[in-house]
Design a protein around this ligand. Sequence first.
Ligand SMILES: [Zn+2]
Ligand SMILES: [Zn+2]
Length: 428
Amino acid sequence: MSTESQSPPALVAEHGASQAVYDTITDAIIEAEAALVALSHRIHATPEVGFDEHRSAALVAEFLSDRGFAPSVGVYGLATALQVQTGARRPRVAVLAEYDALPGVGHGCGHNVICAAAVGTFLGLAASVDTLGGSVVLVGTPAEENGGGKELLERAGAFDDIDAVVMVHPFTGPHEVASFTSLAVRDVEATFHGVAAHASSAPQEGRNALDAVVAAYQAIAAMRQHMPDTDRLHAIITDGGTATNVVPHVAGLTVELRAEFVNELVELSHRVQAVLDGAAVMTGTRVEARWDPFPAYLPVRSNAPLAGRYFTHMAGRGRSIVLEQPGLVGGGWSTDLGNISVRRPAIHPTVSICPTPTAMHTEEFGRHAISPNGDRAIIDSAVGLALTVADYLADSELRDLVREDFRAAGGAIDVERLVAAPVNAVHP
Ligand SMILES: [Zn+2]
Ligand SMILES: [Zn+2]
């Protein structure tokens, strides 16, 4: 693969750890290559959905215990969360491992690659942390796909003393992106309550909850052309009644909302709530809107100096990496890493596991996650992340730049306050 003509930001190019440290880290990761690939394939072979990743977490724990570390599983109130540390001082960097799969398509998002790359990053840094100073924590974060595990870990204090966070995600297509951002996303589950009646003999006595659901669904479809291009609305009908000869007295739909910025997500939330209220008024029903059945995901805020270092290291390995994704933000993606990234500096670069675009969340993408390209992505991105963290630990000027970039992007934000409304509204 050839490198792109894009250059890393000059302001950080001269910063970083020494070549000797780079060599120690790279050697440690290359030495573990076969074991890391085997770990990736074992996790892939037994896919587990969010909050049920018991075997996957156990495989990671066993891998690390065999190498003299002392991992803990079941931390911060989540049975399948994992934590292990090397080094003992600040600055303290977290490397995040996801290992949840998708129902029906197994590792169709390639989280086995994320996990093995994170473990490789940790191993590489463990080999040089005494020289570098500071410490590195590997955190196994459950349920990226369906539960917002990172937000739950954040609320439980897992990142309280963490200065920066890194992780990598496999991606489709020839190019990978150092400075990846994503859309915010939240869900609302709406249940309409009407009045049951015989559909033929006494329809005038009924109030039709399914009519309310259909009205809401159609209004959401109509809204799509009157919102920012980067906003997204998807909806499914989850309950449409039980018998054709009974006026449905309960019906429901779930709506998913996405936006590039948190304030746009909040604005969109109010518009969707108004649609739900309006559908209830139109049909003489009552709506219960349950917002955020799992935590809202915020947009990833990519830290430019850290992304610049990662870009440099991956380009140095001959990867076809670009600094920023062209087109739709994050390719329309969302991730709970966003929630972490607005509280402290973070990066969530992508790494290509298939040069030809392949739909993600499919069995085909899952097969790429255990292909030679997928296996190479583990080692290359582990080196890329580890050298980036080494630069951060070694170089106080780089840490200043990272802090300044985070501050200039808005600093730490109060996630729960920003997405608080509208929540759990019940309207007559
Ligand atoms: Zn994923
Ligand atoms: Zn996914």
